[in-house]
Design a binder for this molecule. Structure first.
Ligand SMILES: Nc1ncnc2c1ncn2[C@@H]1O[C@H](COP(=O)(O)OP(=O)(O)OP(=O)(O)O)[C@@H](O)[C@H]1O
Ligand SMILES: [Mg+2]
Length: 357
């Protein structure tokens, strides 16, 4: 089995209790046509063994640069990266390559070799590490079973769906038995359902293999679905980090507040809806609420503020009640009431009860 062979593999790295990844004052500046771009600005971050650590930030915040400096694909301008206590700046190129075989990476975009089939892609890093063809194929098949793609061994990347390509990329990243898996936007090109299956696979890899996973994303839902800890990067700076629940409950930085409440509909906190005047409408078996409300919005040319809804779907009809906020404009408010009554609904005062004339 895959996990047995991974346990027996020799490790360059050592030490179990310290941070697996220790980043100190990491700064990366790029020179572009005489100008300096500060992609990372004094980042301090500790990632512990077995963590699923999320790094989130807006586009251009520096996430990909950060993940590429973690394995020294990009050399920092200042600061240091320690992997299991080993300072990467002290390693020669050959030692760095060996160390990188302990750090699997999934790149933004799938980055598969188009001219190689699935098994050829997974064997590629093994061939580079000097594995025999036979052993590499055996190992690749173990990985194909882990990512549930046994039947796609001979397929070429162009014949795979996005989710399947990502599974191949994950299998390839795990080929050399890494202790760390870095995922740069592993799900941003996938639909929500496929995203969930990839997230579940990453969770399984973390639990079964004990691999520390760093997930770079701009999707807040990915962080809350799978990560225990999160760091928020804004314009190259780490502005907040900690346990996901804590940051969600009390985001301190503007970037965290924006990421939590801004983009991802699933995580918009329910606003306290308020209105000066409210009405209660009751739906009976013969009134379907969707057309009623949709038509009311069209008729009035204004959104309707639903403060509370307690409806059940009985055979395709809505039964129950809703509390609506009345529009401030009295003329619009009375047109709304008239329309709802016309549609056969019982309309009462939202606070006092009692039918509205
Ligand atoms: N090789 C490079 N040369 C010059 N500038 C670069 C280079 N790589 C990144 N940058 C700049 O560094 C900043 C951070 O880029 P990075 O790719 O790390 O952002 P990101 O957070 O991954 O964004 P996205 O969510 O769009 O992938 C950007 O301003 C980018 O233009
Ligand atoms: Mg990026």
């Amino acid at each position: 089995m895959f996990w047995e062979s991974s346990c027996n593999s020799p490790n360059l790295l050592n030490g179990d209790n310290m941070s697996v990844i220790e980043i100190k004052n990491l700064t990366k500046r790029f020179k572009v046509e005489g100008n300096t771009v500060v992609a990372l600005d004094g980042i301090d971050l500790s990632i512990e063994k077995g963590d699923i650590y999320g790094i989130i930030g807006m586009s251009g915040a520096g996430k990909s640069t950060l993940v590429r400096t973690i394995n020294y694909l990009e050399k920092p301008t200042e600061g240091s990266v320690h992997i299991d206590g080993v300072d990467l700046s002290g390693l020669k190129e050959r030692q760095l390559r060996k160390m990188r075989s302990q750090i699997g990476m999934i790149f933004q975009g799938f980055n598969l070799l188009e001219q190689r089939n699935v098994i050829g892609n997974i064997c590629f890093p093994l061939e580079i590490s000097g594995w025999s063809r036979k052993k590499a194929k055996e190992r690749a098949r173990e990985l194909l079973s882990l990512v549930n793609l046994e039947d796609k061994e001979k397929a070429y990347p162009s014949q795979l769906s996005g989710g399947q390509k990502q599974r191949v990329a994950i299998a390839r990243a795990l080929a050399t038995n890494p202790r760390i898996l870095l995922c740069d936007e592993a799900t941003s090109a996938l639909d929500p359902q496929t995203t969930t299956s990839i997230i579940n696979l990453l969770r399984e890899i973390n639990e079964k293999l004990g691999i520390t996973i760093v997930i770079i994303t701009h999707q807040m839902s990915v962080i809350t679905d799978v990560c225990q800890k999160v760091a928020i990067i804004d314009s190259g700076k780490l502005v907040e980090s900690g346990i996901v629940e804590d940051i969600f409950a009390k985001p301190k930085s503007d970037a965290a507040k924006e990421l939590i409440s801004g983009k991802d509909i699933r995580y918009i906190p329910v606003k306290t809806l308020e209105a000066d005047k409210t009405i209660r409408i009751v739906f009976k078996e013969n009134s379907a609420y969707e057309p009623v409300l949709a038509n009311a919005i069209l008729k009035l040319g204004q959104p309707i503020n639903i403060l509370k809804a307690d409806t059940k779907n009985v055979g395709g009809k809505a039964v129950g009640e809703m509390i609506l906020g009345l529009p401030e404009d009295e003329e619009v408010a009375s047109r709304l009431i008239a329309y709802l009554k016309e549609a056969g609904l019982v309309v009462t005062d939202g606070v006092k009860g009692g039918e509205i004339a």
